[in-house]
Design a protein around this ligand. Sequence first.
Ligand SMILES: Nc1ncnc2c1ncn2[C@@H]1O[C@H](COP(=O)(O)OP(=O)(O)OP(=O)(O)O)[C@@H](O)[C@H]1O
Ligand SMILES: [Mg+2]
Length: 218
Amino acid sequence: MITSILSTKGGAGKSMLSLNLAVAAAESGAKVLLIDSDPQGSIANAFASRPATANSLKLYDVDFKHITDDTIFDALAHSLADYDEVYIDTVGFDCAFIWRIAAESQLVVVPVAAGMADVNVTAEVATKLMYLQSNGCNLQARCIRTNYQARTRMAATIAANLAFFSDSLPELKCVVSNRTVYADAFSYGAGVLEYDPKSAAAKEMKELYSELLTDFSF
Ligand SMILES: Nc1ncnc2c1ncn2[C@@H]1O[C@H](COP(=O)(O)OP(=O)(O)OP(=O)(O)O)[C@@H](O)[C@H]1O
Ligand SMILES: [Mg+2]
């Protein structure tokens, strides 16, 4: 399955989620390719740390490519012959490149961080994804709350707003909580399942991957 992680809002948690989903898939035994399509290369930089990190942590096999031009579409066209799961991290602004990547994906996951700007952007993303769907793209789309803090007023506001477009962009049951371990693990080029497999964050990622597996087996 090809999954892209997409939001036109910068800092929504796309790179974090992409890396962690790839690691969660690898941990469960899938053959995984992770592609960073952002010229800023957050994951590419993080991945440069993995060889050193492998000396102290158990890392799972995740193949990685940093492709920021149209050659990504050739890579995607052949990817499912070699991989069970392909995850693509995308740039955090509105451009044709991200929608073309979405069009090649079976699943688009849209992280929504805790702020009203994130909700407004998500409404636009939902509309564009619906446009792709109504123009023959066989993709499913889900949003997921990131940097989530339960029992805050903002969490309640966001829940109410996301409910408005739950038909076009339903929310996944799982959330990605705000936890420093996500940032710590990322700085070592590791997913939380590698950095601290017993952490609440690791449990969260296992549950999220399992929700995706249950709902979307292509
Ligand atoms: N669940 C989380 N808990 C705590 N910190 C987080 C979480 N998710 C992301 N962060 C932090 O938030 C910042 C933005 O995350 P990330 O780089 O993944 O966002 P992005 O959507 O890829 O941004 P960009 O649009 O710039 O590519 C990073 O500093 C990251 O460490
Ligand atoms: Mg990023």
